[in-house]
Design a protein around this ligand. Structure first.
Ligand SMILES: O=C(O)CCC(=O)C(=O)O
Ligand SMILES: [Fe+2]
Length: 323
């Protein structure tokens, strides 16, 4: 059966652009008013951690708090967000029809915060020391598709993302090397006059060539309105500007990460250990947002911890077609 392209699939031209640059977008998902209302409500509701899959007491609180990973597994707005066709159809255009969402993370930047340092992630052993995703043997390419949504406005002054287009096929960092978690030293370091950090790590420790520097003359700034998202390979060189503090509003990014079903998630481990904390994967599951999983490598979460079923793009389409 040949399935028709769905409403939000990438066109052949968009796909070619994506493969050339390593990113595509921004696309509008929510109108600014709509996301201001939805995020305003959600951020307060997230303080209630009763149904969160990771326990507060096992993770040390930090800028990037791993106990706030995967809140799509408990919060209904985030659960719906990761399954929205505007996102899922575009990700499936890149990864194929069978897609898992394996991780979500918040990236807050408060007024005065440093910019996120330049980095790439392939296996996501970068901070944890062990690969968090494993593509099948023989794959010449790894990484994940990240869908980064601006929950609030993201301008240059407020710390929007930066990309170096076309860098997604070469790893300049070696994730088998180790970084040292030193939040008091690495949270904010001046690099070429720009305040940068990697949440308590110094990403330069992973450089393949210690004398190399990212070619920032090629960097572009990805300003986004609240409610827009961008799709990029985690292996693309990316960073963010510091939040200058000119605006008193924080910027908040929400990153949802996707892989195809043959990929093994958290292979051989029952914990996530990074940013000075450890959480148990006991209640973790990946979410099948599109198609089916014939591999069975990964434990799947079919419902949120509050019992709401996750939408699956193919199932939703099938329902639509029966009407
Ligand atoms: O939002 C940021 O500053 C960094 C985001 C990032 O590194 C990611 O989504 O992988
Ligand atoms: Fe990143």
């Amino acid at each position: 059966m040949i399935s028709e392209p769905s409403a939000f699939s990438l066109s052949a031209e968009e796909l070619a652009t994506f493969h050339r640059r390593g990113y595509i977008g921004p696309f509008t998902l929510y109108e600014p008013d709509e996301i201001a209302e939805k995020w305003g409500r959600t951020r307060l509701e997230l303080l209630d951690r009763r149904d969160a899959v990771y326990r507060d007491d096992t993770a040390i609180s930090n800028t990037t708090n791993i106990s706030n990973y995967d809140r799509h597994l408990d919060h209904p707005f985030l659960a719906e967000h990761i399954t929205r066709p505007q996102i899922v159809d575009r990700v499936a255009s890149i990864l194929g029809p069978d897609v898992l969402c394996w991780r979500t993370e918040f990236f807050p930047k408060h007024p005065g915060d440093e910019g996120t340092d330049w980095h790439q992630a392939d296996t996501f052993a970068n901070a944890s020391g062990t690969p968090q995703i494993q593509w099948p043997n023989g794959s010449d390419f790894g990484g994940t598709i990240t869908v980064w949504c601006a929950l609030s406005e993201a301008t240059v002054d407020m710390g929007c993302l930066q990309f170096i287009p076309g860098t997604h096929r070469t790893m300049f960092y070696d994730e088998t090397k180790r970084m040292h978690y030193l939040p008091e030293r690495n949270s904010s370091v001046l690099k070429d006059g720009v305040k940068r950090g990697f949440f308590g790590y110094d990403y330069r420790e992973l450089q393949v060539d210690p004398d190399w520097k990212p070619d920032e003359s090629q960097a572009i700034s990805m300003e986004m309105r609240a409610g827009q998202f961008i799709v990029f390979w985690s292996t693309l060189m990316h960073a963010s500007h510091p939040h200058t503090g000119k605006s008193r509003e924080m910027r908040m990014g929400y990153a949802a990460r996707y892989v195809p079903t043959p990929v093994e998630i958290y292979p051989g481990t029952s914990v996530i250990e990074e940013y000075g904390g450890t959480v148990s994967l006991e209640r973790y599951g990946a979410v099948l947002v599109s198609g089916e999983d014939t591999y069975g490598h990964n434990r799947l979460a079919t419902h949120t911890t509050r019992g709401v079923p996750f939408k699956n793009r193919s199932a939703a389409e099938a329902t639509e077609a029966r009407r």
